[in-house]
Design a protein. Structure first.
Length: 168
């Protein structure tokens, strides 16, 4: 008598199709993760621009209602981008004033630029932006725009004559 070879139906391995499906699902998941991370970086830049935009409104009201003229300073340290509202007019960078105690706008990877007298200048090192109004709510500083940039770019235009600020 011949013995029949029994074929085992107890297959515990993965088939090629199953492996391809798992890899396809992982690729889709990874691509969504990468896209979402890029979106998060752009959200941080928008938040920084929105904080400055809102502070400009408050600064304008404070200037018209107080005797001292408040100044909005935007600066960078190694730990991030910050802003501070002070009543003193600071003309040179002072690390004891421009420290990490200001309102944090975002990480140090956000680039900040100012447009001043027709040229664009990056804010880093001992550079800072000084924005202030006069009592009739007009901008007194020479800054015509503040630009926040990383993956996306947000620009706050400052209209000197009217004191308006527009975010693009």
């Amino acid at each position: 008598m011949k013995e029949k070879n029994k074929v085992s139906n107890n297959n515990t391995g993965f088939t090629l199709i199953e492996t391809i499906i798992v890899i396809a699902i992982l690729v889709i998941f990874a691509s969504f993760t990468v896209l979402y991370m890029g979106h998060l970086k752009s959200v941080n830049v928008r938040q920084a621009a929105n904080q400055v935009y809102t502070s400009l409104d408050k600064l304008q009201v404070k200037t018209m209602s107080k005797t001292d003229i408040p100044h909005l300073y935007i600066y960078k340290t190694d730990n991030g981008c910050y802003m501070k509202i002070l009543t003193s007019d600071i003309t040179a960078f002072d690390s004891s004033v421009f420290d990490d105690t200001g309102t944090k706008l975002g990480s140090a990877s956000i680039e900040i630029f100012q447009e001043k007298n027709g040229s664009k200048e990056e804010i880093k090192g001992d550079k800072f932006i000084n924005i202030y109004y006069n009592k009739s709510a007009q901008f007194q500083s020479d800054v015509s725009a503040v630009i926040f940039k990383r993956n996306s770019e947000y620009k706050i235009k400052l209209v000197k004559e009217t004191g308006r600020h527009i975010m693009e």
